[in-house]
Ligand binder design. Structure first.
Ligand SMILES: [Zn+2]
Length: 62
């Protein structure tokens, strides 16, 4: 079994990183997280395309 909270398929879209991970309960979550200092944007999505879309459309406040 894959270990939970290990990100894989991490990509970067602008300042936002998108990665997928198992939540340890048999599901995969997809997280988009902005790496810009002071931004703090981070969100989980059930679908990888949704996470990538969020990364692409993220308007960074930082
Ligand atoms: Zn940002």
């Amino acid at each position: 079994m894959p270990r939970p909270n290990r990100f894989y398929d991490v990509i970067r879209i602008g300042p936002v990183q998108v990665g997928s991970h198992y939540d340890g309960r048999g599901r995969t979550k997809h997280t988009a997280a902005c790496t810009a200092p002071g931004c703090g944007f981070s969100a989980d999505y059930r679908d990888r395309p949704a996470a990538e879309l969020a990364a692409k459309t993220h308007r960074c406040k930082a």
